[in-house]
Design a protein around this ligand. Structure first.
Ligand code: GCO
Ligand code: MG
Length: 404
């Protein structure tokens, strides 16, 4: 009954920003697509797929998703890392798409069926001033969001994370070479309670408020931030410290009950093993494309469930609609779902990637189309050639390089 992989091709397109898509076609004429986008390092994944993965795929049984995953992960000898795991994710998601299309079912059915009626998503609000942030929160509320991430420019700091330059939507990968930003943690720590206070005073406590520290604090600074924001009851504080050092979270946890979320840059279960098993975080932010696809993300989620840690998939615009589609099937079917990030794509991106998923009233849904429900219009995609774009780098006032 097996169907074989006949062809696999990488499609790179830049409808406003770069996306890497793998398209796998089987001997029975069905195709599936997977996202392999790694922001600012896109062509590294393309080379890994073309030179090292695709030659091993041709002729392989398309139904053997787990075995193919093991072959590409365990069989490669050099394991893990964002480039490898994004490439594996692209294959994995394309194969799940094919299997679900062959079954004539939406992907979530193969993952055990629905655990909920829809997926609660959070939006981004930001501002160059607190007043502008408050307007942005109101606008997101009007669109129906009941969970909102708040980021604002910090007085006296040239470039805070999460605030757009000018009036374009926030999209940080904007330089032909990396733009340099200057950062000051002390000013940020003094400002954050004022920001949260302003938002709570205007909107009350029913709105779920999130905030992203974007890896810029030391553990003790992170602990101080958590303590100072606790009274504003954040839904979560994200990426307070660079999380290579998992045990750093013990120190943060000793000082604050603010819920902690980490993991958008993680690519395997080993990146979060200690964070989860010691219950040092509350939400794991790994998502489909950077954490080895549906197959590996489910493993991370099952492990997290043992320790009361919920999911909170990364969903910035640098993850393609293909990743979003796959993530929504995961989200509706995973028991320990927490929340899903939603940064809407540009209209040209949505045109290149027609999709079945929907948004209404602060919730998204995967839709009922067989497969993951996201396609690629290759003719249109070809009209948007790859354009090199780097994420910024960050420095302190004295020139010291800091985590961006
Ligand atoms: C988020 C993220 C993004 C990242 C981006 C980097 O929480 O949405 O931090 O905004 O900066 O995905 O490529
Ligand atoms: Mg983040």
């Amino acid at each position: 009954m097996g169907t074989k992989i006949m062809d696999a091709r990488v499609i790179v397109t830049c409808p406003g920003r770069n996306f890497v898509t793998l398209k796998i076609t089987t001997t029975d004429g069905i195709y599936g697509i997977g996202d392999g986008t790694l922001n600012g390092r896109e062509l590294a994944v393309v080379a890994y797929l073309q030179e090292h993965v695709i030659p091993c795929l041709i002729g392989r049984d398309a139904d053997r998703i787990e075995d193919t995953w093991q072959y590409l992960y365990r069989g490669a000898y050099w394991r893990r890392g964002p480039v490898t795991m994004s490439a594996i994710a692209a294959v994995d998601v394309a194969l799940w798409d094919i299997k679900a299309k062959r079954a004539g079912m939406p992907l979530y059915q193969l993952l055990g069926g629905r655990c909920r009626e829809g997926v609660t998503v959070y939006a981004h609000a930001n501002g160059h001033e607190v007043s502008e942030l408050l307007e942005s929160v109101a606008k997101q509320q009007e669109l129906g969001y009941r969970a909102i991430r708040v980021q604002a420019a910090v007085p006296g700091v040239a470039d805070a994370y999460g605030v757009p330059h000018g009036d374009k939507p926030y999209e940080p990968a904007d330089g032909d070479l990396p733009r340099e930003e200057v950062w000051d943690t002390a000013k940020y720590l003094r400002f954050m309670p004022k920001l949260m206070d302003a938002v709570r005073s205007k909107f009350g406590f029913d709105l779920a408020l999130l905030h992203d520290g974007h890896h810029r604090m030391t553990p003790i600074e992170a602990a101080a931030l958590g303590k100072s924001l606790e009274e504003f009851q954040p839904f979560w504080l994200e990426d307070l410290t660079p999380a290579e050092n998992q045990e750093a979270f013990r120190l943060i946890r000793q000082h604050t009950t603010a819920p902690l979320a980490v993991g958008e840059v993680f690519n395997s279960i080993f990146d979060c093993k200690q964070l989860i098993s010691e219950q040092l975080i509350d939400y794991i932010r790994a998502t489909v494309v950077h954490a080895g696809g549906i197959t590996h993300l489910r493993r991370i989620a099952s492990f997290a469930d043992l320790y009361g840690v919920k999911t909170g998939c990364h969903g910035a615009t640098d993850l393609s609609p293909v990743c979003m589609g796959a993530a929504l099937h995961f989200d509706v079917s995973v028991p320990n779902f927490g929340i899903q990030e939603h940064m809407p794509h540009s209209s040209s991106t949505d045109e290149v990637f027609p999709h079945a998923y929907t948004f209404a009233g602060g919730m998204m849904d995967s839709g009922e189309v067989a497969g993951h429900g996201v396609d690629i219009d290759e003719k249109l995609a070809a009209k948007f050639p790859y354009k090199r774009a780097y994420l910024p780098v960050c420095r302190l006032a004295d020139g010291t390089l800091h985590s961006w």
